[in-house]
Design a protein around this ligand. Structure first.
Ligand code: ZN
Length: 437
């Protein structure tokens, strides 16, 4: 009798556990047949591969001939396509929209737009990025929209809106005289597109505030205005001293995070490297000393070439001449860095460029300036993932990585522009339709 009671009790318990409403259901299994696979890391593509995805992770990648397909899996046939990892743009601004100078330019966003309008437009930018196959963005500051990127990131992660995974840098930091808005009556205390601080104490405090509020990276402006110098050279106004920058870098590294530094060249770039910036953004004018210091320190280089071909002023104005010189010095800098083996990562400055334009346009100048197409693809996949401390998790189609996968119908190794026409996008094992084509 005692034994029967005991067995009955066990049956009740087992049944109750089995009927728990939130007992985990096994994750969905998806199989992708890839005609050509560029896995983001290998030097050569592979033909006829089978990718098994369980939930939001890649479980296995194998030759179709030897692959064992799990029973009940959903099969996605991309056997006529080139399959790649989801792309990473390491320099974007979802809170900018490529504002037309004729319509008030940069200032209108800060002076006229309600924050909710800016947030609404940022959600569209995020969706645009995802639909073009950019499943990860490092978004390097909100340009006066405060901690808006924290909210957009939360909304994406909670599934309220579609969008890439975001690595955010909140407000960015610059000095007095080091950021817009400017050109107004000096009596007016104008809002700025970055957090303005002076001195190492304030600089460290700004980094602490931003890290406390959710910054994944700290963005620092190390140069601001630029113009054509006496000898026809590009001159850039430096901002922070090395001492100020070191306070920011030291604080940020203490939190296990990294510092991205906008720096064009000259004194500001030298201070950026002496102060220990982890990535140099734009780096228009890299001399040999800068390149060897970047190699020595392992500094990342995010050149953003395309952005400097947009919105040139008229050729007979100082601004127009400056704009042309910026693009002209950028090209040899990129070539030198490439040849020397600096770690180059794909970044566009989208937002500075309207989000209606193809994000993948940046691949073309990289390849035109001598970067092999496979190298350019890796700059937007595995190498960018390493910079983001997500090696093996992002930017690669391999077991253990997040199931962020895209496909194009052309061959990007033959024509890099094929990446401007992404036909299939999957993030975290879920595919998205491009509704904006
Ligand atoms: Zn930027």
């Amino acid at each position: 009798m005692k034994n029967i009671c005991w067995v009955l009790f066990l049956v009740v318990v087992v049944t109750a556990v089995a009927q728990q409403p939130n007992s985990p259901t096994p994750p969905a299994v998806t199989v992708i047949r890839a005609g050509t696979l560029i896995d983001g890391k290998s030097d050569k593509p592979r033909q006829d591969q089978v990718i098994v995805i369980r939930g939001n992770h890649i479980e296995s990648v194998s030759d179709a001939a030897s692959a064992k397909l799990p029973a009940g899996a959903t099969v996605i046939d991309l056997s006529k396509a080139t399959v790649l990892p989801g792309l990473i743009d390491a320099h974007t601004h979802i809170f900018l929209q490529g504002e037309d100078p004729a319509e008030g330019g940069y200032d209108v966003n800060i002076l006229n737009a309600p924050l909710a309008l800016r947030a609404a437009r940022a959600t569209v930018a995020a969706r645009r990025a995802l639909e073009q196959g950019f499943t990860t963005l490092r978004d390097v500051e909100t340009e006066g929209a405060g901690y808006g990127d924290v909210g957009i990131k939360e909304a994406i992660e909670a599934g309220y809106i579609p969008g890439p995974r975001l690595f955010i840098s909140t407000r960015a930091i610059s000095t007095t005289g080091g950021y817009m808005l400017e050109g107004y009556a000096p009596e007016l205390n104008m809002p700025k597109g970055a957090q303005i601080v002076d001195g190492p104490v304030e600089a460290r405090k700004a980094a602490r505030e931003q890290l406390d509020h959710g910054a994944d990276w700290i963005k620092v402006y190390m140069t601001h205005r630029s113009w054509v110098g006496k000898n026809g050279e590009l001159v850039s106004q430096p901002t922070f001293t090395v001492e100020e920058l070191r306070a920011i870098v030291d604080e940020t590294h203490g939190w296990g995070k990294k510092v991205a530094c906008h720096a064009y060249g000259g004194i500001g770039l030298r201070r950026a490297l002496d102060g220990g910036c982890d990535s140099i953004e734009h780096g228009l004018d890299l001399d040999d000393a800068a390149i060897s210091q970047m190699l020595k320190q392992g500094t990342w280089y995010v050149p953003t070439l395309s952005a400097y071909y947009h919105d040139w002023g008229p050729a007979d104005t100082p601004g127009g001449q400056r704009d042309r010189l910026r693009a002209a010095v950028h090209e040899p800098s990129f070539k030198k860095a490439l040849k020397a083996g600096v770690k180059i990562v794909f970044g566009t400055d989208m937002g500075g460029i309207p989000w209606t334009e193809p994000i993948a346009q940046e691949f073309s100048p990289m390849v035109r300036l001598g970067m092999p197409p496979m190298d350019a693809i890796q700059s937007a996949t595995s190498r960018a993932a390493t910079m983001l401390d997500m090696e093996g998790k992002l930017g690669v189609v391999a077991p253990g990585a997040f199931a962020d996968i895209i496909a194009v119908s052309g061959d990007p190794l033959r024509d890099i522009k094929a990446l401007e026409k992404v036909e299939f996008v999957m993030k975290d094992g879920r595919s998205f339709k491009n509704e904006m084509k």
